[in-house]
Design a protein around this ligand. Structure first.
Ligand SMILES: Cc1cc2nc3c(=O)[nH]c(=O)nc-3n(C[C@H](O)[C@H](O)[C@H](O)COP(=O)(O)OP(=O)(O)OC[C@H]3O[C@@H](n4cnc5c(N)ncnc54)[C@H](O)[C@@H]3O)c2cc1C
Length: 482
């Protein structure tokens, strides 16, 4: 009987998994493979790993969960260390597989990986079949061809909402044949090809100030929906709370599981529908789907614009700014040392946990581009290294948007960080949570300690330029706020 490989990528789940379902329909002899390329963890030109420790840990947890779920079906996940083309060709030679089924990705590195896999397998007559499955809506169902994707999100959303149907989920398979004798995953020695922080045993405790202990995998992802939707019943107020900064339940926190495909957006959508039928249907329940549409939109944008998403001039192909700030200024932003508490607190959260709220991301992004005048691509690639929910389309798409070179219909959108800090963190609770040195300050001074004189600050044990930095900039737009 034929053998088919399922190459798992950013779809680390069993539910709503078209390649797995189709492979199982064709044959019980399905070989689940995951390829871990050491290059993913190599340093970028900024000197930081492309995939950092938080993402690596979340990924290993997701793989362990998938391994357990496959074992329950009678199979195993074959984890190979190396570029996918090489690893899949090896498994093909050992098993005589006739085809590889996998998810279709859209961004250049991922599609080039697909091309390399195709080229490596072609001589053996083994075919790569890819299936689109990362978005809520299937691109073939959109009311326009992707090349005519509206340039503005609202136009996209309105057209889609006018009648595009979300496809049903694929049924979860219930059994698989055991792996052929002799076919085994790479031994643990193979992991030595990975930097130490990216090996499966690398352990570090989660900062206890984190909004949530994010654990990779379908099991934890579904459990999060269970808690947020059903047990804590927070979906009903999502629209009012989603701009929060502290605690597990101001927003869904589903992004890390969606990014690695531990959750399918269609499964989440079905849960929302169930919640609407059983609990309440209101603006909040709609709004979660609205946000998932943003996620879809950035994926379609990435497909339409290709490598432009990652280029200095962005989707608009703008000329680069005449002058950019030096790396030392960028490092102050990255290391939470700008002297602007709201920015530093958010960057500290990112640096200590691999997560940051959407409100935080908007602010630190606007600040580094519009107030510090740093190269937006440095900042986007810093996020890429750290964010456990890193998704190339959502990350680089949002950065294009904030940097004003994407598809934002409002020209020169600027976040007045001081105003935002006072609005979203009126008592400074968030800032004090992440910057304990500022804890003694009264709420009126916590967002701009420099407005107090050195003597008064000393009464609070704060020394600007000593235990807390002096502000790296004081934009004129803040003047009215102080
Ligand atoms: C500069 C910048 C970079 C970002 N990088 C990423 C990234 O790499 N990966 C990522 O998933 N999100 C990214 N976002 C979007 C957003 O900040 C996160 O999706 C959100 O904060 C995750 O928290 P949540 O799951 O609780 O979101 P919720 O508010 O509960 O939203 C539900 C889901 O909708 C989707 N979503 C919400 N907002 C957006 C958005 N603006 N763009 C795309 N999808 C959205 C996410 O999948 C999210 O899980 C970025 C935003 C900015 C401003």
């Amino acid at each position: 009987m034929e053998t088919v490989m399922v190459w798992f990528r950013n779809d680390l789940r069993l539910h709503d998994h078209e390649p797995l379902h189709k492979a199982r329909q064709r044959t019980p002899n399905v070989i689940p493979v995951y390829c871990l390329d050491p290059q993913w963890f190599a340093p970028t030109s900024l000197g930081r790993p492309k995939t950092g420790a938080f993402r690596a840990r979340f990924l290993w947890q997701a793989l362990a969960d998938l391994q357990q779920r496959l074992a329950a079906l009678g199979s195993q996940l074959v984890i190979k260390v190396g570029p996918a083309a090489q690893a899949l060709a090896q498994v093909q030679a050992q098993t005589g597989a006739v085809a590889v089924y996998a998810s279709k990705e859209v961004t250049p590195e991922e599609t080039s990986e697909e091309n390399q896999v195709e080229a490596a397998l072609r001589p053996s007559g083994c075919w790569l079949n890819t299936f689109w499955q990362a978005s809520l809506y299937h691109p073939d169902d959109l009311p326009f061809p992707l090349k005519a994707l509206p340039d503005v999100f609202t136009d996209f959303r309105k057209e889609v909402e006018r009648g595009t149907k979300i496809r049903p989920q694929w049924p979860t398979i219930t059994d698989l044949a055991p792996l052929p004798a002799g076919l085994v995953a790479d031994p643990p020695e193979a992991y030595l090809a990975l930097p130490e922080f990216a090996r499966p045993g690398a352990y570090f405790a989660t900062d206890r100030r984190a909004v949530l202990e994010f654990i990779g995998g379908e099991t934890a992802g579904q459990a999060r929906v269970q808690t947020y939707f059903w047990e804590h019943d927070r979906l009903r107020v999502y629209k009012e709370t989603r701009n929060g900064l502290l605690g597990p339940d101001y927003s869904s926190k589903l992004s890390p599981w969606l990014a690695l495909g531990c959750l399918s957006p269609r499964w989440v959508h079905a849960q929302v529908q169930q919640y609407e039928a059983q609990r309440v249907k209101n603006e909040s329940t709609y709004w979660l789907i609205f946000e998932l549409l943003w996620r879809d939109y950035f994926r379609f944008v990435a497909k339409k614009f290709g490598s432009r998403l990652f280029m200095a001039g962005g989707l608009k192909n703008e000329p680069p700014p005449a002058r950019l700030a030096p790396a030392s200024v960028f490092e102050r932003w990255a290391n939470a040392q700008t002297g602007v508490p709201f920015i530093d607190a958010n960057m500290e959260e990112l640096n200590q946990t691999g997560f940051m709220s959407n409100r935080g991301r908007q602010n630190v992004a606007s600040f580094v581009v519009k107030d510090l005048h740093c190269d937006w691509r440095w900042a986007a690639s810093y996020f890429e290294s750290l964010l456990i929910d890193y998704d190339p389309c959502s990350n680089w798409g949002n950065w294009n948007y904030v940097a004003g070179i994407g598809n934002d219909p409002r020209p020169n959108r600027y976040f007045n960080v001081m105003r935002q800090a006072k609005q979203y963190d009126p008592k400074g609770a968030y800032v004090k949570h992440w910057l304990p040195v500022l804890q003694p300050l009264p709420p009126s001074a916590v967002h701009y300690p420099a407005e107090l004189g050195a003597r008064e600050l000393a009464n609070y044990g704060i020394y600007l330029g000593g235990n807390y930095p002096k502000p790296v900039v004081t934009p004129s737009a803040w003047a009215v706020e102080n």
